[in-house]
Design a protein around this ligand. Sequence first.
Ligand code: GDP
Length: 480
Amino acid sequence: ATGIATIKILRTLMTLGTMANINTIIDTETGEYLAAEHGVEIDLSEAQSVEDKVITKIEEMEDAPDSLHERPPVVTFLGHVDHGKTSLMDRIIGHNVASGEAGGITQHIRAYIVDKDDKKIAFVDTPGHEAFTEMRARGANVTDIAVLIIAADDGIMPQTEEAISHAKAAEVPIIVALNKIDLPGANPDKAMQQLSQHGLLPTEWGGDVEVVKTSAVSGEGIDALLETILLTAELHEYKANPDRPAVGVCLEAEQESDRGVLAKVIVKNGTLKLGDVIVCGPAHGRVKAMYDTQNGRKRLTEAPTSTPVNITGLDQAPGPGDKFYVLDDIAQAREIAELRSSRSRAESLGVHKVKISFDEFQERLESGTLGGDKSVTTLNVIIRADTRGSIEALQKEMEKLDHPEVKVRVLQAAVGAVSVADVTLASASEAVIIAFNVIPDEAARSLADDKGIEIRRYNIIYKVTEELKLLLEGQLRPEE
Ligand code: GDP
């Protein structure tokens, strides 16, 4: 693009001691030198995007249909605190994981792979739906199936409601485990009724949501839950290509004094092998050792798709949600990692500023860049209000909004102040937050600022619908 013969540039590079070909990635310093040497001006932002080229190429690499094989599903447990997430996981793993992996990471996100009838199921246990959605916001979709855990004696609680919204927004199949079925106070019918009210109609009642009654204490229903997971997986035909270089996600990582960096990663496609060169966020290195996540001591040489493993060999600890890629050579990995480190952290993590706002939505609506080739575009909204009554009134009014090309979709509606979880969900789902007679809490406000999420405050119902209507019609005036 500079009009200078490639051969001349390569020759200059050789004088610098760099054996290059036209696909070689050069760093910005070399770029500047080359530019000066050849008397051209270069845009360094373009040099930085060279990194994206390598990664984009991997991202866009398509697997031939006949290279694809069945892979284990990756399952995440979601639910209200104390409803039995940890206990169910313990039962499934077959030992008390709460006590921690012997040689593993201090547990925040736990990940295991278990055998069931010649098949495997991977579990990723995030500390809560916020962490689940935070990963999603970073583009690291690891979950195939969400298992919603509801204590049968307690029914649907506020965090269950949030978990439902987060799972729905992630557009993954939901299986319900009605846990603590052993308790005398268990009332499965009531819980199923509540589920129906939340748009999750149990198959027993003619819907499409599998509800399995479980007890982490007696073990009842655990097999049925695993079988249901496998059936759901079969239906969705999760596939991967075992023969390609691995791509995956870092779940968590920490600096250990004796082993260096220990990172827990999950392979999303391909097979990760000992000795592979990887780049993961701002980190890079060669996979020096690989350990299982069950007791943390078993050394592995390979990690097939959907397998969580602890690895050593990275030069620094990547963040949770950083994607990893296997590259051909270590120099390239170092280059990319260094480029990323030198950029601001927010940028290197791929956090996009300004997800969506009313103004931007309208702009995109007008320019036709929203929704691609879809004929109907969707404005995702999250509602926070002072009372249930306000929510119902708002939802009713929103249903009346009718537009041939634009649909308003309520991802979540809850009572109370706008929370960090709302902002995370909004960021992952390109949603705007409507705060009705409530204000965001401090943490939510600052996160919204960081992520460029619009929180619109109202105290009159017709104002909300009026603005939405104007927005849909493309006549909303920018806010003063
Ligand atoms: P988490 O917060 O969702 O991880 O919930 P825990 O697994 O820590 O469980 C909370 C409490 O409920 C603990 O005291 C468990 O022993 C108890 N619990 C969990 N599952 C069951 C169950 O199926 N039946 C009964 N009776 N108690 C359970």
